[in-house]
Design a protein around this ligand. Structure first.
Ligand SMILES: C[S@@+](CC[C@H](N)C(=O)[O-])C[C@H]1O[C@@H](n2cnc3c(N)ncnc32)[C@H](O)[C@@H]1O
Ligand code: SF4
Length: 377
């Protein structure tokens, strides 16, 4: 396989504690960490042959909490990946970090190991919100982490969550402006997915007054786009804003359907027209790789029809949208008269818009994107 450069995602599941809202595959038991790091290197070796003629221009160390690893383990892991895959000198190398792990020393060690981008899980700059979901850092510690990163040469992204318990419009604005003032070049804002956590869902039902209403969240979401636009950020994907040239290269690969490998427990990949994922059980992952095989949970070919569908529901997440003729062909061939009339209504009602030969969501349209994208899944 040749052509567009690929990305490699590595899942690091270790966390110091579990946050109230998190549904990722994580563990708070560090005892298997050395075995796990060895397994990642072995998995890279197992994949080496499949990727021998592919160039990579992005590595993403995600989690879990990659910043919890000792920096020398990060360096070893990156060196092992570089030893197995053709990773370009100027590849984007992202590490997900939690604020409590960010120190001047850690930042220089990550940088020396080859990391050039840090995605910081700020979530909020209000103490009441952070403690309500069990974060280990307070707002002051998050601000210190942002300051340490801003003094480095690393490219910095900050994550915020909209809809946290105890959040108000005023505190959300402060968190957003705090990130902007700290000089980040990239911002991700996620709507709190309460269905991923029983505790938060129950709390929301019992204390609705502690949560912003859906309407208030929608207003804030539009406002945040305006605030970031005023700072020069472009809204390039539903949940992501970036200064020009600071878009997440690795993440763009998911939405543009570029090839990516996924190493580690629960990691997903798109490779040679197949969607594959490793098992989500840590022991099974370790046992599989230690026995000399990948621990694949599923491995499915993507048919032409599925590829057309994926192109729409992934591509429409992006501001660049998708070619008009692809949407028109899909809608015409779907054999669903309602989809055709809905598509026209979305265009006329300003949910979708045509830009040149492409179709994309409008800013307001993004607010109903779940409903629209659901029709293409
Ligand atoms: C893979 S997580 C890990 C990041 C890092 N360990 C941390 O806690 O900051 C990446 C991001 O997903 C977001 N996230 C996780 N669970 C979420 C949920 N239930 N609803 C909305 N966003 C969520 C958070 O903003 C988080 O920073
Ligand atoms: S949000 Fe981050 S730190 Fe918290 S449990 Fe999930 S991965 Fe771990």
């Amino acid at each position: 396989m040749s052509g567009e450069p690929a990305g490699v995602y590595v899942h690091l599941p270790y966390c110091a504690s579990r946050c109230g809202y998190c549904a990722f595959v994580v563990t708070t038991d560090p005892s298997s960490r050395e075995r796990y790091l060895a397994a990642l290197e072995r998995e890279a070796l197992l994949l080496e042959g499949e990727a021998s003629d592919v160039s990579f221009d992005a590595i993403y160390l995600g989690g879990g909490t990659p910043s919890l690893l000792p920096p020398d383990a990060v360096a070893r892991l990156l060196a092992a990946l570089r030893g197995r895959f053709r990773i370009g000198e100027s590849a984007e190398v992202t590490l997900e970090a939690n604020p409590e792990d960010v120190t001047e020393a850690a930042v220089s060690a990550w940088s020396a190991a080859g990391v050039n981008r840090v995605s910081l899980g700020v979530q909020s700059l209000a103490d009441a919100e952070l403690s309500a979901v069990g974060r280990r850092h307070d707002a002051a510690r998050a601000r210190e982490a942002l300051a340490a990163l801003s003094r480095s040469r690393l490219s910095v992204s900050g994550d915020l969550i909209l809809g946290l318990p105890a959040q108000t419009a005023a505190t959300f604005r402060e968190s957003l402006e705090g990130l902007g003032d700290a000089g980040v070049g990239h911002v991700s804002v996620y709507l709190l997915e309460t269905e991923k956590s029983k505790t938060i869902e129950e709390d929301r039902r019992a204390h609705p007054e502690r949560y912003l209403s859906d309407d208030a969240q929608a207003d804030l979401w539009l406002e945040l786009g305006e605030r970031l636009a005023a700072r020069g950020f472009g809204h390039y994907e539903i949940s992501n804003w970036a200064l020009p040239g600071r878009e997440a290269r690795h993440n763009l690969k998911y939405w543009r359907r570029a090839p990516t490998l996924g190493l580690g427990v629960s990691a997903h990949e798109f490779w040679e027209g197949r969607r594959r994922a490793n098992v989500s059980n840590l022991e099974q992952y370790l046992d599989g790789v230690e026995a000399g095989r990948r621990a694949i949970g599923f491995d499915l070919p993507v048919s032409a029809a599925e590829a057309a569908r994926e192109e729409l529901f992934l591509g429409l997440r992006l501001r660049e949208g998708v070619p008009v003729e692809r949407v028109a062909a899909f809608v015409a061939e779907a054999g669903d008269v309602r989809l055709w009339s809905d598509y026209e209504t979305w265009l006329e009602g300003g949910v979708l818009e045509r830009r040149g030969d492409r179709v994309a969501f409008t800013e307001r349209g993004y607010l109903v994107s779940n409903e629209v994208l659901g029709r293409f899944v």
